[in-house]
Design a protein around this ligand. Sequence first.
Ligand code: NAD
Length: 342
Amino acid sequence: MDVREVQVPGWERVVVARDGEYHGIVAVHSTALGTALGGTRLWRYAAEADALDDALRLSRGMTYKNALAGLDAGGGKSVILAPARIDDRAALFRAHARVVDMLGGTYITAEDVGTTPADMDTMAAVTPHVAGVSSGIGDPSPHTARGVFRALQAAVAHRFGAGEVAGMTVAVQGTGNVGAWLVRLLREAGANVVVADVDADRAAAVAEEHGTRVVSADAIYDVEADVFAPCALGGILNVETISRLRASVVAGGANNQLRDADDGARLAARGIVYAPDYVANAGGVITGYGEMAGWTPAQCAARVDAIHDTVRDLLRRADTSGILPHEAADRMVEERLAAAKG
Ligand code: NAD
């Protein structure tokens, strides 16, 4: 195997490896708080530079997510550049596992976009530094949705003075794994829910099961609601959509909701309280970590529920310091990292 170390300022270790059809990158951003945790993404990239950018951006994101989730874990991420045709999927993951193993436990991987628990089983035969195997917690979505629900309650309390969602209207964008679980929790708590999905059949099925209204995927931005919950794709809070929102709170599970650096300010200018995505959607990571750390299900649930207090604290801090919620979140992480580094 051809293994190349890449020096990137701000990253502890970045490794690019090739072996036949296999071409992968592991980026360890920080182990200041503990072993770097972050999944393996299998994706078709146009060039190695794009894959490297993705690994760097995602690994840094994991440092922030894990730190604010209160975990003693750092941030890392790895990517496998998918070949045009995958002849031997297991061979790809065995090769990747050898690279992960080479890092000697400074990085633990799990599944991510394009990878499955079965792929993690393949890797686990080569290295112990793998989570998310098929005998593990399984689908993280219910835990993610629970954390989103708690973040949503905290943001509602911040905006309206009480965290009770009963009687409120929540517009949920995306009724996939996380969205459907969130709809369930919201309905159990007595909220009125409006759903939308580009997959109209999926939206209709969730609406029927939980007794919600359905609108078209485009109309969800215009719904007269108290809360808008993005649970589909990233980049959906942007100059076009923010001006259309009728909600006073945005709290959802999607990653990278703000399209560009100004979108946080755009929300604030409209008086919309935003629960930063990487804080709100950490329930799955918290539960995965808890499983490795030997926490009981009740302990995992308590740590997921604590997302509420993290969101409450960062929103208060944003107000008192005159900064945006995602900036307050980043500051809390940077303080934790600085304290760990002594
Ligand atoms: P999913 O693929 O199960 O669901 C996404 C849903 O969004 C699909 O039903 C899809 O049809 C729909 N969708 C796509 N584009 C849409 C649009 N423009 N308008 C309306 N609906 C649209 O994915 P998921 O696991 O539920 O994850 C949802 C989001 O949450 C993603 O951004 C994911 O990265 C993030 N996330 C998920 C988890 C988890 O535990 N699953 C954890 C953290 C973050």
